[in-house]
Design a protein. Structure first.
Length: 359
């Protein structure tokens, strides 16, 4: 996977959210989602590596956050574009830096009073499910200050910061090469300039919706690869009617998943282009609907391809099971029923979902 991540860093995708005014491509949400989905189609794990990077990189160009001075915005834009600074001069590089997330704390740690806390400029704690951490140059850790009941800030820290340890211990079903292991912080010094505000990030148009759109695109990319692989195993000149019927169902299922992601992406495109927040709730609801729809369609598709291939699809050499494993685990990033309940409440009461990383 490391060679593939190296190519990802050279591809320009990691600079997708850098604004045009800072030398970046300023891609739209749908354009970014399309590229992430294409990565996931090539490899489900690879598609997941840049997801949090693309979400967090937006924080650094948000002028609502006082920490994002003009100098800071240009500094991070240059690093994402592969421009290195040495003694005041800039030199080109063919590689972007990669951010990895450190957001999730285990239920046991939280229940035991052990969330990651920034106290007196030092960070202590442990994060799990830190996707991409083994490949990253920068770890973005969500934290809180003493006495706070939620994560209110994020620190952008170099992966080699003293006291920061990346543990390659991911061992769950699927996502084998995502590097979704543990990151440990032991008295890590956090410069003031490394901190960004969660509340300021939530003022970005469609902050949570954009993150969720990328997740949905990843699901569709993996499902596309799964169906293509199954069709390759079962392709025939004169299929029987029942086989043709099943293939037709699966092709239509994939088309439906692609269509809802595209529609949600267009809504987010309009929101970003307007720069406003008046329609953020509408965009969030559309992306939420797309996310729950693609989650159901794609996991089911990756299961039903075995009805098409028969036992040959279960043989070790076919490697079809990797698609189902990737999708099954990726779709568990949040509880689908929670999103459905929020969608239903909005439809019944007109109450908008709260701003956050999931909406």
């Amino acid at each position: 996977m490391e060679p593939a991540v190296t190519e990802l860093k050279r591809s320009g995708l990691l600079a997708a959210t850098v604004p045009v005014r800072l030398g970046g491509p300023g891609l739209s949400p749908s354009q970014i989602a399309s590229r992430v989905g294409a990565l996931a189609e090539q490899d489900g794990s690879l598609g997941q590596v840049p997801q949090s990077h693309l979400s967090f990189s937006r924080w650094l160009f948000n002028e609502a956050d006082p920490a994002n001075t003009p100098e800071a915005r240009q500094y991070w834009a240059d690093r994402l574009l592969g421009i290195q600074h040495h003694s005041g001069s800039g030199s080109s590089s063919d590689s972007s830096i990669l951010f990895a997330n450190a957001q999730i704390e285990s239920a046991a740690a939280t229940a035991g009073g052990g969330p990651v806390v920034l106290d007196n400029g030092r960070l202590n704690g442990r994060k799990i499910f830190c996707t991409g951490s083994i490949y990253a140059e920068v770890i973005v850790v969500a934290a809180r200050r003493p006495g706070e009941d939620r994560q209110t800030l994020a620190a952008f820290l170099p992966v080699d910061a003293p006291g920061l340890t990346v543990v390659d211990d991911w061992s769950a079903l699927g996502q084998e090469f995502t590097g979704s292991g543990t990151v440990v912080f032991e008295d890590v010094t956090v410069p003031e300039g490394a901190l960004r505000s969660f509340d300021a990030a939530l003022t970005l148009p469609g902050y949570g919706a954009f993150a969720q759109l990328l997740h949905a695109a990843i699901d569709v990319g993996i499902a596309t690869s799964a169906l293509d692989a199954a069709l390759e195993l079962t392709r025939q000149d004169d299929p029987d009617p029942l086989t043709s019927h099943l293939v037709g169902e699966l092709v239509a299922q994939r088309f439906a998943a692609e269509a809802v992601v595209e529609k949600a992406g267009r809504t987010l495109d309009e929101l970003w282009a307007s720069g406003g927040t008046d329609t953020s709730a509408e965009a969030s609801l559309q992306v939420a609907a797309a996310k729950v729809t693609t989650g159901a369609l794609t996991v089911d598709l990756a299961s039903r391809i075995y009805e098409l291939t028969g036992t040959r699809g279960t043989a070790g050499g076919s490697n079809l099971d990797r698609h189902w494993r990737e999708l099954r685990t990726h779709a568990l990033h949040e509880r689908r029923r929670d999103k459905l309940a929020t969608l239903g409440c909005a439809a019944l009461t007109g109450e908008n979902p709260p701003a956050g990383p999931k909406f």
